[in-house]
Design a protein around this ligand. Structure first.
Ligand code: FES
Length: 112
């Protein structure tokens, strides 16, 4: 159990697993988390589109927006919120990456 509001980190792999311009899915506890590297800045969203569960990690990234590969709903990588409407949001995870690896929060930020 974590103290409320405190991030519990899990190392998921080496930094080299997610080069700039790519994304990769990691399993953290009961979540599949899509980690995106946009020009050296990392973002992490649950790998399940709120529409029908599409694999958001396989979406197209343009700027800070990812488009779901199944039916093209678009989301802001920073907030997880839809960019063409405000009725859907993807849970976000805290992510940090440095020479010692990529680390994810073990629960979505919204649950901390
Ligand atoms: S499952 Fe993502 S837009 Fe339909």
């Amino acid at each position: 159990m974590t103290e409320q509001g405190k991030v519990e980190w899990m190392r998921v792999g080496d930094l080299s697993l997610v080069p700039a311009g790519t994304s990769k899915v990691f399993t953290v506890d009961r979540y599949d988390v899509a980690v995106f590297n946009v020009d050296g800045t990392f973002y992490a969203l649950e790998n399940a589109c709120p529409h029908q569960g599409g694999p958001i990690a396989d979406g197209w990234v343009e700027g800070l927006e990812v488009t779901c590969p199944w039916h093209a709903w678009c989301f802001d990588l920073r907030t997880g919120k839809m960019t063409l409407g405000d009725f859907a949001v993807i849970p976000r995870f805290a992510v940090r990456a440095d020479g010692s690896g990529i680390f994810l929060s073990t629960t979505p930020l919204e649950e901390l």
